[in-house]
Design a protein around this ligand. Structure first.
Ligand SMILES: NC(=O)c1ccc[n+]([C@@H]2O[C@H](COP(=O)([O-])OP(=O)(O)OC[C@H]3O[C@@H](n4cnc5c(N)ncnc54)[C@H](OP(=O)(O)O)[C@@H]3O)[C@@H](O)[C@H]2O)c1
Length: 270
């Protein structure tokens, strides 16, 4: 199993669960210290967790790092049964990476595109491969502006968020076309989760998240319970969930052509 963003929040809850269950887990994240602490805690109960865990340090908002992660996984793994995409760093404002990409688009979409397409050979080697992409489903079908994927014009947090969420649904169309038996799930929690809420956000958003999280939020462990059930019994094809509730997928001719258009535009931009 490979988990991006597996050092904190829901990704870490999944890493703990699957290490405890005896699986081999590779975590991608920025903080080796958090990973070491997670593995040390699991190893207290089961010392074999140490040998079954790997960490790849990477800044997934950088295309070069995402490509390096793919190369490393291709070199050291025979197959991937489950890929969880849960790296998250919320930016309320538009920022540009050192490579010139809009930072939220780079982290929440480009890195996922590179991991999903680049790791296809390892996912194909699994009997029942599954990808859980924690991009909350349900964005409008026209949320992607193909002429302005990196929201250079009229950036708002809302617009950028909707665009990457819709793009991650389209990525599922490309992935299930390419990888036989793949289950591709876009998933969001049913309600707020008391995670690390990593990001560069204003005090308003931070305080709201902290207060609401304490009052109404659920623990990362409780939030990922439905994800574990999906990963353990994957059904080939695409699906979308909020918590444990399956949502209808959008249909129509436009979806397939939008997915192809997205892939073409992204490849040009990389
Ligand atoms: N929390 C919620 O209520 C909520 C609601 C809806 C959707 N979601 C989605 O659920 C997923 C998980 O969210 P969460 O709140 O559980 O996460 P979180 O606690 O904020 O943790 C974020 C994780 O992403 C990693 N990360 C951040 N920037 C990175 C980068 N540039 N490169 C590589 N790794 C990076 C962090 O690694 P380090 O700590 O090592 O830096 C950490 O492991 C996200 O996709 C989020 O959008 C969450």
């Amino acid at each position: 199993m490979v988990i991006s963003g597996g050092t904190d929040g829901m990704g870490a809850a999944l890493a703990r669960h699957y290490l405890t269950a005896g699986d081999r887990v590779t975590v991608i994240g920025r903080s080796r210290g958090k990973f070491d602490a997670l593995v040390a805690a699991v190893s207290e109960e089961d010392p074999s967790a140490l040998a079954r865990s790997r960490f790849i340090e990477a800044d997934l908002s950088l295309v070069a790092d995402s490509r390096r992660v793919v190369d490393r996984l291709l070199a050291h793994h025979e197959r991937i049964d489950a890929l969880v995409l849960a790296a998250s760093f919320i930016r309320q404002r538009r920022e540009t990476t050192a490579e010139g990409h809009e930072a939220s688009w780079a982290l929440f979409f480009l890195s996922k595109y590179l991991l999903v397409t680049g790791l296809a050979p390892l996912l194909r080697a699994a009997e029942r491969p599954v990808i859980v992409n924690t991009a909350v489903p349900g964005a409008r079908a026209d949320a992607v502006d193909f002429e302005d994927l990196e929201t250079a014009r009229g950036f708002t947090f809302q617009r950028s968020n909707m665009q990457q969420r819709r793009a991650n649904e389209l990525l599922g169309i490309l992935a299930v076309d390419d990888i036989p038996n793949l289950a591709y799930i876009t998933w969001g929690p049913a309600r707020l989760v008391r995670s690390s809420f990593a990001g560069d956000v204003g005090p308003g958003m931070r305080v709201t998240a902290a207060v609401l999280g304490r009052l109404l939020g659920q623990s990362p462990e409780a939030a990922v319970d439905p994800v574990i059930r999906i990963i353990d019994a994957p059904a080939p094809g695409r699906a979308a969930y909020r918590g444990a509730t399956e949502l209808p997928l959008g249909t129509g001719d436009r979806h397939g052509s939008d997915a192809a258009r997205l892939a073409e535009a992204v490849e040009k931009s990389l």
